[in-house]
Design a protein around this ligand. Structure first.
Ligand SMILES: [Mg+2]
Length: 473
């Protein structure tokens, strides 16, 4: 049977995925887009994984020196590739986990400290179910009362430090309150940002700058208008952009807004724009227009729309944070949205391997066989059914490990999309690994989503066989 699976995969099929591609959830015609907007961190500026280690180390130091946590925690080095983005964290129980689009925990992905919990332990802790109710889940912006979703790329070191500190207390049998730990670590990560450490490291760590420069050049040379809305301070953006696009980077943009306080920027209509002068000092004048070459702080989207007139689907906004950058634009304001998902680079590589194609094809075939075999109630069939079911479980675990041994793919839990994935489909028209993917397309290109069949629209060969089998009974 497995040999047959080999023959089912056409030659060269495994090399068709390209991490430089742009993927569409919704049809977008670039010819209709006149105005391109951008977030800054992880959208225009990409940072390497080295930053995660530095954030982790500094936050760990704050935890010990500022919050007086035990010195021994300093022995725990950063664990690369432990956590992935989009995970949920149960604040009271101190558990990190992956949840699917239907709010079910994926088995084998619940971690207390650095160790996984068994299914039985999870059921025990959650009243006999793997389901996390919506009201506990995460709220609209991932900040539920008991469970938080980590959506920021910066949150990878935060999750790792949480896992490590929990691990320290558990393995040393020291009583502690996971709620205090969660809050304290959240503050230490904030301190790394506020005290300017991160900004200093980022200056030494900027990568792919020539590509960002090339994207901006291309858009401007074809008559597009550009704007920037970031939560970062001007001095930081100025240094980074100068590094990436030269001293005259401001010439690319028609409007530049810093410290915008997203996502509130998109929902509040109270904070007015303020202008920063050339020294970076705030001016007191009322803002009546948003002018090229000037830098504005705070403000809100309602004033932005009123002053620029940039409305509807002629605007395409790029951001990496599904909630802070994209959700409100999609739900309230009707701009087109593009998500930057750097994890696509690794994940499309995994999907493009022979091993993955083989395992997934066999998994699908095995699932079809199970579907048919279940109607046979004799002892021998039941025994084979159990064996196949076990093989299916092993196969699913193996496929999960190809992405990340702890948590698997950020897009999939077994057959289902993840919670993250569902939000990605809901809030972004198109998504891509990095902004530079745009260089591979003409600016009049239309992105068409693939028509994937809904469940009732997809008659599979096994469905037909299974229907035939039932008619014969
Ligand atoms: Mg960002």
């Amino acid at each position: 049977m497995r040999r047959l699976v080999h023959e089912l995969i056409p030659p060269g099929a495994c090399k068709t995925l390209n991490s430089a591609a742009i993927y569409a959830n919704n049809e977008v015609d670039l010819a209709e887009v006149d105005i391109y907007g951008f977030d800054y961190d992880y959208t225009l500026a990409l940072y390497s994984n080295a930053l995660n280690t530095m954030i982790y180390n500094q936050a760990r130091t704050f935890l010990i020196e500022h919050f007086k946590y035990p010195e021994e925690i300093s022995k725990y080095e950063y664990v690369p590739n432990f956590a992935v983005r989009g995970l949920h964290y149960d604040i009271q129980k101190g558990l990190l986990m992956k949840i699917d689009a239907f709010h079910y925990i994926q088995r084998g992905t619940v971690y207390r400290g650095l160790s996984p919990l068994s299914d039985e332990e999870v059921l025990d802790l959650y009243g006999g179910t793997f389901h996390i109710p919506l009201h506990e889940d995460s709220g609209f912006y991932g900040k539920g009362p008991r469970v938080k979703q980590f959506m920021d790329i910066f949150s990878i070191p935060e999750m790792t430090l949480l896992a490590v500190a929990n691990d320290f207390f558990i393995t040393n049998d020291i009583e502690y309150d996971p709620v205090h730990l969660f809050k304290d670590i959240s503050v230490t990560i904030g301190m790394v940002h506020l005290k300017g450490f991160m900004y200093k490291w980022v200056m030494q760590d900027l990568g792919e700058f020539d590509l960002t420069d090339a994207v901006l050049h291309r858009l401007v040379s074809q008559g597009k208008k550009l704007f920037l809305i970031t939560n970062s301070p001007f001095s930081f953006v100025d240094k980074g952009m100068t590094h990436m696009a030269g001293k005259k980077w401001r010439d690319f943009f028609d409007v530049v807004i810093v410290q915008a306080d997203k996502p509130h920027f998109f929902t509040d209509c109270v904070k007015p724009f303020r202008r920063l002068d050339d020294n970076g000092d705030l001016r007191w004048e009322k803002i009546k227009s948003l002018d090229k070459g000037q830098i504005y702080k705070q403000g809100n989207l309602y004033d932005f729309l009123r002053l620029t007139g940039w409305r509807g689907s002629k605007v395409l906004y790029f951001g990496d944070h599904l909630y802070s950058d994209l959700a409100d634009l999609m739900l309230r304001h009707g701009w087109r949205t593009a998500a930057i998902v750097p994890e696509l680079e690794h994940e499309t590589k995994v999907v493009s391997t022979n091993r993955y194609a083989l395992s997934l094809t066999w998994l699908q075939a095995l699932t079809g066989l199970l579907e048919q075999l279940q109607v046979h109630k004799d002892q021998e069939s039941k025994q084979v059914f159990r064996e196949w079911q076990q093989e299916r479980d092993e196969l699913r675990a193996m496929i999960k490990n190809l992405y990340n041994p702890q948590f698997g793919s950020i897009f999939r839990t077994g057959h289902n999309p993840t919670y993250f994935s569902r939000r990605l489909c809901r809030f972004s028209d198109i998504y891509m690994a990095s902004l530079s993917c745009l260089l591979n397309y003409d600016l009049s290109y239309t992105f068409y989503p693939r028509r994937t069949p809904l469940q009732h629209e997809a008659p599979l060969w096994m469905d037909q066989l299974s229907a035939d089998a039932q008619f014969k009974q």
